[in-house]
Design a protein around this ligand. Structure first.
Ligand code: OAD
Length: 248
């Protein structure tokens, strides 16, 4: 493991164009549970019944009650951990340009990263399904479920539900960045949900090095990724950054 931390620090020291793809695992140490695996959200809640856009259209109150209200409580309490802060530090050291995140929790921005593509949208805003007025999530009145816009329309988080498209500008920019970077850092994602799961593949096929940080092997390990640093995001990222600062 120490060898791989040293290797990642050296790889980053020699690179000018670095991108990162992050997933739920990077926020686990901020007390936001992941979706899959032990303790994952999809163990408790069936995604097709609660996270699909058709389920929301059929019964928004049920989806708000079972899924979205709980997400709000968890995200409200969450603060960036050592991994979010480490990536923000990498940006300052000019060893990371853009983060493509599948997370909707806003923790990268809170940590100080300035170029974050929110591939699956953001929980920070709600949008009226009737008049499209936007409301900051922190200003929501949850006395009534589902919460309504002043026009009477139901509010929904600006997150991508299953069955919805990725915003075309996010998809196009992410693909471009993936094809141009020298290193793609892949942190805390099972890489099982497309099209996000193709991002590291695009990098690999374009000649970039793909470095994974994850306590478990993933769909990318041993094929797409050059190496896996098998550890938690917070501890591993801060060790890499500390080593990098010694090198540069
Ligand atoms: P997953 O829940 O599928 O995977 C989480 C990954 O994080 C797993 O590979 C874990 O091994 C890893 N992990 C757990 N703890 C970790 C830690 N402390 N440090 C680093 N890694 C850790 O989450 P995603 O891959 O992000 O989409 O899921 C992708 C998408 O599936 C989500 O964006 C969401 C979900 O359905 C939508 O809702 C549209």
């Amino acid at each position: 493991m120490d060898d791989l931390i040293e290797r990642a620090a050296r790889d980053l020291a020699g690179a000018k164009n670095v991108a990162a793809l992050t997933g739920a695992g990077i926020s686990v140490e901020s007390n936001i549970p992941p979706f899959r695996g032990k303790g994952g959200l999809w163990e408790k809640v069936d995604p097709m019944e609660y996270a699909h856009i058709e389920a929301f259209r059929r019964d928004p109150g049920k989806v708000w009650e079972v899924l979205i209200k709980g997400m709000k409580d968890v995200i409200d309490q969450a603060r960036p951990n050592a991994a979010h802060l480490g990536l923000a530090r990498l940006e300052k050291l000019k060893r990371l340009q853009t983060i493509i995140t599948q997370n909707v929790d806003g923790l990268h921005q809170m940590a100080g990263s300035s170029d974050v593509i929110e591939f699956h949208g953001s929980f920070a805003w709600q949008c009226c399904t009737r008049c499209e007025r936007r409301v900051p999530t922190r200003k929501l009145d949850l006395d009534r479920i589902p919460p309504l816009c002043r026009c009477g329309g139901v509010l929904r988080p600006e997150c991508v539900f299953f069955g919805e498209m990725i915003a075309p500008e996010h998809l196009a920019r992410s693909q471009r960045i993936a094809s141009q970077c020298e290193i793609m850092l892949v942190i805390g994602t099972s890489a099982t949900v497309s099209p996000a799961s193709y991002i590291p593949l695009i990098s690999k096929e374009s000649g970039a090095k793909v470095i994974e940080i994850n306590p478990e092997p993933t769909a990318l390990t041993g094929s797409v990724s050059d190496y896996l640093i098998a550890g938690k995001a917070g501890e591993t990222t801060s060790q890499i950054v500390a080593q990098l600062e010694r090198l540069i």
